[in-house]
Design a protein around this ligand. Structure first.
Ligand code: RUQ
Ligand code: CUA
Length: 622
């Protein structure tokens, strides 16, 4: 190990810490504000009773595996939508459908939400989510705010650098972060360069069936793919990804993966690969169509970039992509046109792992010096040609002109932002009204809740020349990325459609019945204010008697076709609870292996007689 390098590393980290402490101190003073300014800020975030926020903000819940929905500008949390993790409050992971969807997993690590797009703009129909923890992709149906599908992806090792969608949601792409042997097979770390691979999953999504399909996977060198984005308009056939650990370090990455002065941006033409896959040019690897882009001329290129970059973001016009150098204090603006030019004239500067390398100076447009701000991570955009970069180390947002690189404003955040999310800020048409910094550290912003504090979010008004900080709001772990979508684009249902042909549904209390088939008991029941009916003809319609060891199916339909009248269904002492939203049919299946008498009750407050909404499950001993 090179001692000098370690020493530099340690000195670097210490300097970073010192700088952040100084900045924190400054910001606290700057933040006090005067009364008039505070009043004006308060008015900008106040949404009077009877009115609603202008925007939805969909924030990833990180290692909670959930999706958080906020209103902007009030920053009020509206809903937690369970995605990768069971949620007893909504019965997610308890009823049959969602339990199967979760596949036995009890957590996920959701980093980057992506709302479905048409023509490079959010269409508001679905939201896609990646799971870095357990290699999955999920879709949330924004007409019901329910997760509609989760797919496990083979050959992946922590798909961090996604999800992002191509211009018309042709693909939902997820590049992997950790190199790993295909299929997760055993291979010694000494064999890293030969046996470990990077992989990008390209999945398609059918909006009718609301399900995913794995179209193909792209096998890559064992670099770490950090962040990525899809091209737009003139660059729509391309995806770009940042890499780190091009050193192939297998231990102590903190030091060993930061040795090279340059890592790479990888550019892939997904359209070319799609054609090749259609021509059968792939290998079947563990159930995936695996294509090696290095076998396809014109499909993959690498561009050197300042060491260990983090975010890469395509500008709204699709003409440039901006890489943020977390260890280099600059943002680098690259030009797609220049890259295409270099590709056309075969202007390569050798190869790296069989990938043609485009010369940096031929593709770069400019390096942007953030004037002392440190730790650029991610870029968002407004409608006036400005870019906004989060600065993790110096805790601020820097606003600059994409065309000239000129810095026009810097505003502190509280503290250490990872991503930021601007209103429609990663579409072809950003709104330019708000940006929210998604901070990793809250310190003393809120009432203390112990050694660990919540994460925090800073809302800024960006409609003027200078950014104006409006409010800081707490959030649960951990908002990585968020998207802010205008409310006109989201069209939630008021109730589930009454579909009489729906399997297992019952629409009148007179039709509620219990059917026995051997040791299976099927209850076709209804929930309504304020009772359960399991068997209309029984002396006690709200009691179910089964034998110990029976498998019990509660198929419950909520026939209250009224907005927001949701019923819960908890079985006391059986560790079971699920919910039935208005017009929904849900099935709960379990083995009645415990004999005894178990109250059933509605767990979701629904009417003045909610307490009376109960019944009994009687399990006769064997
Ligand atoms: S990363 S803080 Cu998971 Cu999106 Cu950059
Ligand atoms: Cu139904 Cu409470």
């Amino acid at each position: 190990m090179n001692m000098q390098r370690i020493l530099y590393g340690v000195v670097g980290v210490l300097t970073g810490l010192l700088v952040s402490i100084v900045f924190f101190a400054d910001f606290n003073q700057a933040n006090a504000g005067d009364a008039a300014a505070n009043k004006s800020k308060a008015e900008k975030v106040y949404v009077p009773y009877g009115e609603q926020d202008e925007y939805y903000m969909f924030a990833s819940g990180g290692h909670s595996g959930q999706l958080f929905v906020y209103g902007v500008p009030s920053m009020r949390k509206i809903r937690t939508v369970p995605v990768f993790t069971p949620d007893p409050a909504t019965g997610y992971g308890f009823d049959d459908k969602t339990k199967e969807m979760l596949g036995g997993y009890s957590w996920g690590d959701f980093h980057h939400p992506a709302v479905s797009e048409t023509g490079g703009d959010y269409d508001g129909e679905f939201l896609f989510a990646n799971d870095v923890g357990n290699n999955r992709v999920a879709a949330v149906d924004l007409s019901t705010f329910h997760t509609s599908d989760i797919m496990s992806l083979p050959n992946m090792g922590g798909p961090h650098a996604g999800v992002f969608v191509t211009e018309n949601t042709e693909y939902i792409a997820m590049p992997t972060r950790f190199a790993r042997p295909l299929a997760g097979e055993y291979a010694e770390l000494d064999k890293y360069e030969e046996d470990y691979k990077g992989v990008v999953s390209m999945t398609t999504f059918d909006r009718k069936s609301k399900k995913f399909d794995l179209a193909y996977q792209i096998v890559l060198p064992p670099w770490s793919y950090d962040l990525s984005d899809a091209g737009k308009k003139m660059s729509k056939d391309w995806i770009v990804m940042t890499t780190y650990n091009t050193e192939f370090a297998t231990t102590n990455l903190e030091i060993n993966a930061s040795q090279n002065d340059r890592d790479y941006i990888v550019m892939i033409n997904w359209k070319r690969l799609e054609d090749e896959v259609a021509n059968g040019n792939y290998n079947d690897v563990n159930g995936a169509k695996m294509i090696d882009p290095r076998d396809v001329p014109g499909a993959i290129f690498a561009i050197p970039v300042a060491k260990s970059p983090h975010g890469v973001d395509v500008t709204p016009d699709g003409e440039r992509f901006i890489a943020s150098g977390k260890l280099a204090p600059l943002m680098t603006v690259f030009s797609f046109e220049k890259a295409f030019e270099a590709i056309k004239s075969k202007d390569f500067k050798g190869e790296e792992f069989d990938i043609p390398v485009l010369p940096y100076e031929k593709v770069v447009e400019r390096e942007v010096d953030p004037e002392g701000a440190l730790g650029p991570l991610h870029t968002q955009f407004d409608d006036k040609g400005h870019a906004y970069n989060t600065m993790f180390i110096s805790s601020e947002i820097v606003k600059w002109k994409v065309d000239s690189g000129e810095v026009i404003d810097r505003k502190p955040t509280y503290y250490s932002p990872g991503h930021a999310s601007a209103a429609e800020g990663d579409t072809i048409e950003p709104d330019g009204k708000y940006i929210v910094a998604l901070n990793k550290i809250a310190k003393d912003n809120f009432l203390s809740v112990g050694p660990s504090h919540p994460e925090s979010m800073d809302l800024f008004d960006i409609s003027g020349d200078k950014m104006e900080h409006l409010i800081t709001a707490p959030t649960d772990p951990e908002p990585h990325y968020a998207q802010i979508v205008h409310r006109d684009k989201i069209k939630p249902k008021k109730i589930y459609d009454k579909d009489e042909s729906r399997e297992n549904s019952v629409w009148s209390q007179d039709d509620a019945r219990i059917e026995r088939k051997g040791d299976e008991v099927h209850v076709y029941g209804i929930a309504m204010r304020s009772k359960f009916v399991f068997d209309a003809k029984a002396e006690r319609p709200d009691a179910v008697t089964v034998k110990q060891g029976d498998t019990v199916y509660f198929h419950m339909t909520n026939i209250d076709l009224d907005q927001d009248i949701t019923h819960g269904f908890g079985i006391n002492d059986y560790d079971l609870n699920f919910e039935i939203q208005p017009g929904q049919t849900n099935t709960l299946t379990f083995k009645a292996d415990k004999a005894g008498t178990f109250p059933i009750y509605c767990t979701n407050f629904c009417s003045a007689l909610h307490q009376e909404m109960s019944g009994y499950l009687l399990v006769e001993p064997k």
